[in-house]
Design a protein around this ligand. Sequence first.
Ligand SMILES: [Zn+2]
Ligand SMILES: [Zn+2]
Length: 337
Amino acid sequence: MFEYCGAIHVHSTYSDGSGSVPVILNAAHQSQLDFLILTDHNSLRARAEGWEGWHGKTLLIVGDEVSGRHGHCLAIGTQQRGNHRQDHQGILQDIHRQEGLSFIAHPHGKYRPLFKEHNHSWGNWAVDHFTGLELWSYMFDWVTDFRYYRFWNHYRHPNRYITGPHPQTLQKWDLICQQRPCVAIGGVDAHARKYHPTPFVVFPYESAFRTLHTRILLQKPLTGSKQEDIRAILQALKQGHCYISYDDLAQGAGVRFQTPDGQITMGDETPFQSPIEINIQLPQKADLKIICNGQTIAQHQEQNHTFQAKKPGVYRVEAQIQNSPWVYTNPIYLRAQ
Ligand SMILES: [Zn+2]
Ligand SMILES: [Zn+2]
């Protein structure tokens, strides 16, 4: 397996981010990202202006965040930007028709900096045709408990306020996965903007890019060809051959969740025939939870662990270090026949 580390969900000056694409690319190089997915609000201008492709060791992929009144959806791999004035289903169908990937952004994202609540939650779950969810939004995780009276603490020690995916999003994800595969990704939602009225920039790109990563797993290495490599990364995301790691806590490269022969790995869906062995590998010892159909079925403090999946179900793994959220894998779907 070849693993590549990416930051997904980034805004530039093409929408409401503070940095131009070169500034963002420079930060991506400093943070040693293999790929970065830019998702400006309702804009694919970065692609039209020729930025998509390899820049040194970082591949820039341009998608957009279709941002309407009823919620936001990341569209990746579409040819035309989405029409954000449609309803939920219209937005998703539009992306689906263009054979793009759709990830519902910050599905339960709300915050209240002063008096008025800003609600950016997805408003309609009676929809289909979405690839997955932004399971863990770094920005919304941080901002959910934000209050101006504790701005300085929040600003100086962002890690103290990071709690992991929103519980409702996790619950929704587990439910959807029991019906059909639903891919989880992590999003940074980096804007690097000033938090008015303070003079401070919240999450400069470079520090944001060191936090929450989506790591994809490929059978073959990337080639250096822009078209081929974008296709390979999008395919891995579509199949859920990816996991989320919060690398500000501990370096998360090298997580594996698969059968010992590697034939079935995270994201794969297969009929359950008989009990199978599944192996978990982490880059270091951590508190790992094995979850089946949304229920924790085992907990261990280990770096490597093998268990038997004895019945059909949607199996996934979460890992924590000292009660802080660290790793979320996509599930292995063992379906009843
Ligand atoms: Zn958004
Ligand atoms: Zn955004």
